[in-house]
Design a protein around this ligand. Structure first.
Ligand SMILES: Cc1cc2nc3c(=O)[nH]c(=O)nc-3n(C[C@H](O)[C@H](O)[C@H](O)COP(=O)(O)O)c2cc1C
Length: 339
């Protein structure tokens, strides 16, 4: 059996050496609270590149200071940030990994001093701050901030840009009727709730012609919320706009109890992949090589995204190759210990 997990995958001329993607994971390690790359990021991401991950997506990186989840988030809101990311990209690429960055705005989920913003002035829960409803000027400025972030990501040498449209952060807050109660052209119908994401995609595409991913929360786990069926429509629109792949996560737009089990979000990936005829990534409690292989061979996703398993085992690709009986190239320095 040839392992699909270790077959290369090409999007827009960028080839990942395998289907293993490191999902974005906030490290909250920008200790100086200025959004800059620190030694932790250099060590953490480079280790997964040594471990032979095909595509590494750097954590949610804020396009404005107000769009950070915490003061320690990475940021890309100024030209001064480019240098650190350039170095980080270089370190990862030395080991053959392709590199991505998740551009993000936290919206009402920002835990920061001062004002926070969202589509509507509704707090996430009783413990969180009530955001200010964004004006149209603020929406335009945010779209521009995503564009600037993409421009800087291109300068830093990233291969892939992923827009964070999931987990109840700003773009997701606009998409879901649970958090978007606007009465202007950014709220109401699905088309209106999609408008800001559409504008962000168009703006990003004026400065970026590489692979573009969007991460979505394909289920709100609420009777009045969105489901994977709704996301088929959004995914069709994204495809028309030139998005290459939907990274399919779920939840976190409103507090909800989620029944979590191995591969619990894979079915949403499959629904969107088939419904919108677009490439997808599956994520969420994917931990074993056989499970990853099953997802790919049954066409339930084109790429598998791993998060926590890659924290536990940064050399998971090696572990997986061994289990699937595949030989993969070790870093030259590790040849004597790889088998
Ligand atoms: C420490 C940590 C930080 C995370 N940060 C992000 C993030 O920055 N952006 C994002 O979209 N998801 C984030 N996630 C969610 C993961 O990308 C992933 O979707 C989730 O953990 C489920 O995958 P897993 O079961 O393989 O861990 C984070 C998860 C963890 C554990």
């Amino acid at each position: 059996m040839a392992a699909t997990l270790f077959s290369p995958y090409t999007i827009k001329g960028v080839t990942f050496k395998n289907r293993i993607v490191m999902a974005p994971m906030c490290m909250y390690s920008s200790h100086k609270e200025d959004g800059h790359v620190q030694n932790w990021h250099r060590t953490h991401y480079t280790t997964r590149a040594v471990g032979q991950v095909g595509l590494i997506i750097v954590e949610a990186t804020a396009v404005t200071p107000q769009g950070r989840i915490s003061p320690q988030d990475l940021g890309i809101w100024s030209d001064e940030h480019v240098e650190g990311f350039k170095e980080l990209v270089g370190l990862m690429k030395e080991h053959g990994a392709k590199t991505g960055i998740q551009l993000a705005h936290a919206g009402r989920k920002a835990v920061l001093e001062g004002e926070i913003v969202a589509p509507s002035a509704i707090a996430f829960n009783e413990k969180s701050k009530t955001p200010k409803e964004m004006t149209k000027t603020e929406i335009n400025e945010t779209v521009e901030a995503f564009k600037k972030g993409a421009e800087r990501a291109a300068k830093a040498g990233f291969d892939v840009i992923e827009l964070h449209g999931a987990h109840g952060y700003l773009l997701n807050e606009f998409l879901s009727p649970l958090s978007n109660k606007r009465s202007d052209e950014y709220g109401g119908s699905a088309e209106n709730r999609y408008r800001i994401l559409s504008e962000v995609i168009d703006a990003v595409k004026t400065v970026w012609n590489g692979p573009l991913f969007v991460r979505v929360s394909a289920h709100d786990y609420h009777e009045d919320g969105l489901t994977a069926e709704d996301y088929i429509t959004f995914a069709k629109w994204m495809k028309e706009q030139g998005v290459d792949l939907i990274d399919v996560s779920s939840g976190a737009v409103v507090p909800a109890r989620i029944n979590v089990y191995p591969g619990y979000q894979v079915k949403y990936s499959e629904t969107i992949k088939n419904g919108a005829d677009i490439a997808t990534g599956a994520v969420g409690l994917i931990t074993t090589p056989i499970q990853a292989e099953e997802i790919l061979q049954n066409d339930r996703a084109d790429l598998v995204f791993l998060a926590r398993e890659l924290l536990r085992d940064p050399y998971w690709p090696r572990t997986a190759a061994k289990e699937l009986g595949v030989t993969i190239e070790p870093p030259k320095q590790y040849e004597r210990g790889w088998i």
